[in-house]
Each structure stands twice: as C-alpha cells, then as structure tokens.
Design a protein around this ligand. Structure first.
Ligand SMILES: *Cc1c(COP(=O)(O)O)cnc(C)c1O
Length: 298
C-alpha cells in the first residue's frame, strides 16, 4: 500500500467496540455491541474510508492526479474523497445530483473548501452517469483521471471493508450493517466466520434490486446473509417523528450519536426486531456504525 495511506490508516484503525446497555436488551437476553467506525476520524469516518482505501491505492499506483466521482448534495462519499484527496495532493471532481443551489449546504461548503471542483447535474444527467459503475470507465475521461462510481461501489472496496472483521475479537452470532449500494455488506459476506449471519438493512425504498447487486459483487455464493427491506421509513433520507425520537433516546442512553439515513434506521429496526423475538435469547449481535454524522447538518 502507498506510504501515505499506511500513515493515515495507522492514525485511526482499529475502531472501538462499545457494549450497548439498555434494559430492553437485558429483558430479551441479547448482547449488543456497536463497532464504532463513526469514531475512526473526525472527517474520514465510517465505511467510506474502508471502501476508499484500496481504491485510492489503485489510483496512486496508476499515477493518477485526479479523482472523479458522483454523489448527492449531502454525500458522505464525496465528503471523505475530497478530504483525503487534499491530504494526498490529488485533484478531485464531484458530480453533484441536482441544480446548483444559491447557498451551498455545509457538506458542499466543506468539499469545495477542500478543493473539490463541483459539477452540478440534472437528475436525468445524473441517472445516465450512474450506468458507469463497477469497471465501466467514464466516457471522455482523460489520462491521469481516476473514475469512482457512485458510493465507491466497486470490487476494490470490498477488501477494505472486510478488514474491519478482523478487528472484532469477541465471538458473535449476527452482524448488522446498513445498506445503500450494498457494497459494505458484500465486503463482509465472504469474510465472516462460518457460524455468523449477516443482516443488512436497506436505506432505500423498494430495494429488492439489492439482492442481485450484492450477489453480483461476491466472489463465491454464500447463504449467510439477508437484507431486510422493511425499515426505509418512506424512502432514502426520509424520516418521521418515531425515528427521530428513537435516535434522540438512543443518544441520551448510550452517548452514541446516530444519523437518520443509515445507522439510525438500522438501530431502530434492530430494537424493533428484538422486541418481536426475531433473535433467540443469548445471542450476541454486533451492529456496525457506519459514521456519516456530517450529513446530520442538513
Ligand atoms: C454510504 C453509506 C452507507 C452505505 O454503504 P453501502 O456500501 O453503499 O451499502 C451506510 N452508512 C453510511 C453512513 C454511509 O455514508
């Protein structure tokens, strides 16, 4: 790996594992731990660092001088990419979904401040760009430019994600992970111990396509995983009073902040499933906090 990346990695991994104390868990005899990837680094937090690590290494090994990617106006992926790009001395270009707003939101202000060139696209243009995923190169890309598909969803991302499993030193039955593109989930499927099941929670509505996407990213088929599609709360980034109350209550009880797009919905779902006796008493569950708290400023 590139020396600059090794230096970065040493600063912040492994992330801590925090035990969650809650009377509900005691009542249902569930041991719940949270893998705190939100604490990796104030900016380079969560699964986006894990996913980007080997992608960046690949870009550097090719001698690239520019990273190009795409994302929404609150994208955690672009936020991390802009920051790391600046640290590594790489130019960054971000295609942003939607018209340029009169006033940039905090995420866009950050990434612009870190030197990212922002290119705003209509929703239709953005959808076209989405087709260039996995190893499909972006048309018109120039020498030295390195293309990353939306969310950093590509095979190189899987290896970085799988490494977080070796940081977990306790026995456990289930590991839970929020899903956008499903890349983080896919990165863990091949690498978890045989007796562990993986439970993903979709952040998008009608996310049935995720099953195929994830299966397509796997090097071998396994049946240790399942994606729950029920807890999207009306769609991506949609919230309701119930969810907000849960997130607030969770933070009061545990001092762990959640965001409402991914990990907040997953934790709500997890507690709901526990109440519905989804998990056998005595089970140990690990929930991955994927970070992304910067998006809460929206
Ligand atoms: C991007 C993101 C996810 C989803 O990750 P995928 O690999 O796309 O499934 C989950 N949580 C946070 C905080 C994210 O930023």
């Amino acid at each position: 790996m590139h020396p600059e990346l090794i230096k970065l990695e040493k600063i912040f991994t492994p992330s801590v594992l925090t035990k969650i104390d809650d009377p509900l868990l005691a009542r249902y005899k569930i041991d719940l731990w949270m893998k705190r990837d939100d604490l990796l680094h104030p900016v380079i937090s969560g699964n986006k660092w894990r996913k980007l690590k080997y992608i960046l290494d690949h870009a550097l090994s090719l001698g690239s001088d520019t990273l190009i990617s795409m994302g929404g106006a609150y994208s955690n992926h672009l936020h991390v990419m802009a920051y790391v790009g600046k640290l590594l001395g790489l130019k960054t270009i971000g295609y942003i979904r939607g018209e340029q707003p009169d006033i940039l939101n905090p995420t866009l202000l950050d990434i612009k401040g870190w030197g990212m060139e922002l290119r705003f696209l209509t929703r239709a243009e953005y959808r076209v760009l989405r087709q260039y995923k996995y190893n499909r190169a972006l048309p018109g890309i120039k020498l030295g430019q390195y293309w990353l598909p939306e969310g950093g969803a590509q095979l190189l991302a899987l290896k970085g994600v799988s490494e977080l499993l070796s940081e977990i030193r306790i026995p456990y039955n289930t590991i839970c992970v929020p899903c956008g593109t499903g890349t983080t989930l896919a990165g863990m499927i091949n690498e978890v111990p045989d007796e562990v099941s993986i439970l993903g929670f979709a952040a998008l509505k009608n996310a049935h396509f995720l099953n195929d996407e994830v299966a397509g990213l796997l090097s071998q088929s396994r049946n240790n995983w399942h994606i729950n599609l029920e807890y999207h709360f009306g769609g991506f980034a949609k919230i309701n009073a119930d969810l907000c109350a849960f997130i607030e209550d969770f933070e009061v009880k545990t001092s762990i902040p959640l965001e409402s797009v991914y990990t907040g919905k997953m934790m709500y779902a997890l507690f709901d499933l526990i109440k519905k006796n989804y998990f056998a008493p005595g089970q140990c569950i690990i929930a991955l906090h994927t970070g992304g708290l910067q998006g809460n400023r929206g």
